[in-house]
Design a protein around this ligand. Structure first.
Ligand code: C2E
Ligand code: MG
Ligand code: MG
Length: 648
């Protein structure tokens, strides 16, 4: 949960940085375009306007001085012809340049003054020409005077043109300078732009790297187990699929660590985790010594799997399994503790034992779960799945069984420790198929997988209440009936209301219906579990933890649960006579229950030795084949009546 939040936070942060960098890049690019435009405008103005102006002025100056030169030439040679032939042409040139300058809109306010000067020059030139035309009567003094007049006009015009030229040069220089500064700005902006582009690339690289890391992390979480670091079930299925696609040969061994759950509930999860880590390391070393290409996987809390390639030989697989099963001879030291574990191994060979991944896994599982007779490894045999394969395909049958009311409840008595008195019963469902009764161990998992457990569980609850009322009405003593509740029912929000309704419908007194919840259900989300338990208690039922000691529930939660009873799992009862460790666990559970003021029921009691041992430990109630198997309701009533009359 917190990982998702932090990755969301990181994504938001990356987005903000990305937007900021992109905005910077865009504005820098925009400014560069602006600066570039300014530079080109300045350059254009220089090229299109100022340069023609300067050229025109230069031309005009040369045309004017040409004309003065003509006058001097004419005066010095006394030839009027020179003047006449070129005069008109030169005058036209001057006028053309003046027109061009006024079109360029150069100094419009001085234009009149300049034209007046041109006319004044024309006048002096004209007078000079007329004086020359007098031939021998010409007055050289007059000629000199006109020449001086023309020269003075030319001087004034030259000064004026020089002023114009200077002004134009200054303006041009200014626009050149500003173009130059624009060029400088442009260069800086270009530099900024390059840095921004670099930033974007770096950002994209970082984002890509982060994403790759995320993907790595996701991949690791999806395909590897966090505790052992081993590849997990999905990875195994992937690898197995590859082998099958390549028509490879090999074997799949599924290993269950026998006492891991007990270790977890007795010493805590940390110790259990350490134990599985140590076991995994030990297995790796053993596997390496067998020289068979292999992979070791963790399937779930207490199961591992080995996929061996290129070796379909049963003998190889057997030698390996035999070796691995020898782990039970070897104690593991975890801190100050010395723990022993046992491995159960189920083996499926491929391609012989299954053509698909799911079939091979199922068959190796079936071999693992088959009756052991003290042998710790078993090869798959077809008969092992005949039953379960049938049931797996019968979800539809279950549905119709519910409609056709093929389910019935059998009742197993709970006895006082001396066995003399029945103190209650547990309702256990059966599926009647003609003469045959089908065990819940076979169909409850299918019902749970398909969700059918909800309507089936509801039926069980109402049927148990109905039966309690029927027995009470027929005069039998009021004895509590225990009903098994599966995880899905317990987690269903409507469940407490359903229970209240069933109790009310059959007017069941407080505590006469007991709900048995497995330890695994109680271990999930303790706060929510406590709230549901409180609602159920308020509805009027009592609560028991079933199969106690096998699950992962932490003992610290136990005191916070509003429960009344602990049912010790059959596995401990079965082995407490032979295993001092299991006997110690039973006694530990017993003293824990006493200190929490909980009742203890031992299930699976089959021998009088077990009965004696449990009663010595001050167990409250016993349940098991020693007293009675689960029996139909009518039989249970008869049994009650007979023990009642016997005691009277
Ligand atoms: P459980 O609740 O732990 O029930 C005890 C199981 O142990 C019963 O098996 C019972 O017949 C069996 N048993 C009792 N005494 C002995 C004994 O001395 N020796 C041996 N070997 N076995 C003994 P059953 O009836 O096959 O039920 C198996 C499991 O199916 C139950 O375990 C319970 O988890 C589940 N189950 C049964 N009925 C229902 C139900 O109505 N709803 C749900 N959700 N689960 C049910
Ligand atoms: Mg039970
Ligand atoms: Mg049980």
């Amino acid at each position: 949960m917190s990982d998702t939040t932090s990755s969301k936070g990181r994504a938001r942060w990356l987005l903000i940085v990305f937007v900021a960098v992109m905005l910077t890049v865009s504005s820098v690019a925009w400014m560069s375009i602006g600066a570039g435009k300014a530079v080109s405008q300045q350059a254009e103005e220089l090229a299109e306007q100022r340069i023609p102006e300067l050229r025109e002025i230069a031309e005009l100056q040369s045309a004017m001085s040409d004309r003065v030169t003509q006058l001097y030439l004419s005066y010095s040679t006394g030839e009027r012809l020179v003047l006449q032939t070129q005069y008109t042409e030169r005058a036209e040139r001057v006028h053309l340049h003046v027109d061009a300058l006024s079109r360029l809109n150069l100094m419009p306010e001085k234009r009149q003054e300049f034209l007046a000067m041109v006319q004044a020059f024309d006048l002096q030139a004209h007078r000079f020409d007329q004086e020359m035309a007098k031939g021998a009567d010409r007055s050289w003094d007059m000629l000199r005077e006109h020449l001086a007049g023309a020269q003075s006009v030319i001087d004034q015009m030259t000064v004026m043109l020089a002023m114009w030229r200077d002004e134009i040069s200054v303006t041009a220089q200014k626009s050149g300078e500003s173009a130059l500064s624009e060029v400088g700005r442009l260069t800086k902006l270009q530099l900024g732009f390059s840095i921004a582009v670099l930033l974007v690339s770096a950002f994209v690289l970082i984002a890509l790297y982060a994403r790759l890391k995320d993907q790595d992390e996701l991949y690791r979480r999806a395909y590897f187990d966090g505790v052992t670091g081993l590849p997990n079930r999905w990875k195994l299925e992937q690898q197995l699929q590859i082998k099958l696609d390549q028509h490879g040969t090999g074997c799949l061994q599924i290993l269950r660590i026998d006492r891991l759950k007990i270790v977890a509930s007795t010493y805590g999860h940390e110790t259990a985790d350490q134990l599985i880590q140590t076991t995994a390391r030990w297995l790796q070393t053993r596997l390496a010594s067998h020289n068979i290409p292999h992979g070791l996987y963790r399937l779930n809390s207490d199961s591992l799997a080995i996929l061996c390639e290129q070796s379909a030989a049963r003998a190889d697989a057997e030698r390996l399994a035999q070796d691995l099963a020898s782990i039970s001879n070897r104690p593991f030291e975890l801190g100050e503790r010395e723990l022993r574990i046992a491995l159960d191994i189920g083996i499926a060979l491929f391609p012989g034992d299954g053509e698909s991944v799911s079939c091979l896994v199922r068959n190796a599982d079936a071999a693992l779960n088959a009756k052991s007779n003290g042998i710790h490894y078993r090869f798959f045999e077809k008969r092992m799945t005949d039953d379960s394969a049938f049931w797996l395909s019968t979800e539809g049958l279950l549905r119709s069984a519910l409609e056709k009311q093929e389910f019935e409840l059998h009742y197993q008595p709970k006895q006082s420790t001396d066995g003399s008195t029945t103190k209650g019963s547990e309702a256990l469902i059966r599926w009647r198929q003609g003469d045959k009764l089908v065990s819940p161990a076979l169909f409850i998992p299918v019902a749970e997988d398909s969700g059918l457990i909800l309507p089936i569980g509801t039926w069980v609850l109402y049927e148990a209440c109905r039966q309690w009322r029927a027995w009470a009405d027929s005069g039998l003593p009021f004895l509590p009936i225990a009903v098994n509740v599966s995880a899905q029912q317990f987690q269903d929000e409507a469940f407490p209301a359903l229970v209240a309704d069933a109790l009310q419908q059959y007017a069941i007194p407080q505590g006469m219906i007991e709900l048995e919840i497995t330890e695994a259900v109680a271990a999930d989300h303790p706060e929510r579990v406590i709230a549901t338990m409180q609602q159920l208690k308020q509805a009027g039922v009592s609560l028991a933890i079933d199969d106690f000691g096998t699950g992962y529930s932490s003992l610290s939660y136990l005191q916070r649960f509003p429960i009344d009873t602990l049912k010790i799992d059959q596995a401990f009862v079965r082995t407490m006579g032979s295993s001092p460790e299991d006997a110690a666990i039973v006694s530990l559970i017993m003293s824990l229950a006493k200190s929490l003021r909980l009742k203890v029921v031992a299930e699976g009691v089959e021998t009088t030795e077990q009965q004696e041992q449990l009663s010595a430990l001050d167990c409250d109630l016993l349940q098991g084949y020693l007293f009675s198997k689960p029996i139909p309701a009518t039989e249970f009533a008869l049994r009650l009546q007979s023990t009642q009359s016997a005691s009277q």
